[in-house]
Ligand binder design. Structure first.
Ligand SMILES: [Zn+2]
Length: 158
């Protein structure tokens, strides 16, 4: 008979948080420090302050739909083109469709991809400005706005 099958005591690790004032370790369920009575910002309190991690963002869904629409337009253009560029256009369409799918599912890798893509747009916009093209200003501004939004709103992604 296997004696190791005896049920082990069900230990759940107690979460502790350090008091921001005196450093005393308190259980995360405490509201006030047991040593100095300073108000502790518990995980529960933080959870109330921060939006739910599972929340879906309308902005992300709109951007995903935009990328998906761009992918469809690229496929249409590739079919119409019938030349050597069609392969690259289809590849770009597949990439945009993949990122659109990732955004729709609120995946972090899609978030990072958008940030990188938009940073490249900012760089490209700055190059245009440097060469005297004012269109670069709009490109850089839009790219910076979208990149910053995706950088700052990580709570929607997982
Ligand atoms: Zn304390």
């Amino acid at each position: 008979m296997n004696t190791s099958a005896v049920a082990e005591p069900n230990f759940s690790p107690i979460e502790v948080i350090a008091c921001p004032y005196c450093g005393e370790l308190n259980e995360s369920t405490y509201v006030h420090c047991r040593q100095c009575d300073t108000l502790l910002l518990t995980d529960a309190a933080r959870a109330v302050v921060l939006p739910q991690a599972s929340q879906r963002s309308g902005c992300v869904l709109v951007y995903a739909a935009f990328l998906g629409g761009t992918a469809v337009a690229l496929v249409t253009a590739a079919i119409a083109a019938h030349d050597a560029s069609a392969g690259w256009t289809l590849l770009l369409a597949a990439f945009e469709a993949l990122v659109a799918f990732g955004l729709w599912r609120h995946r972090n890798w899609a978030r990072f991809t958008v940030i990188v893509m938009q940073c490249l747009n900012v760089l490209f916009g700055l190059i245009l400005i440097a060469t005297g093209s004012l269109e670069g200003i709009a490109l850089a501004a839009i790219g910076a706005t979208i990149a910053y939004w995706f950088y700052a709103n990580d709570q929607f992604f997982h």
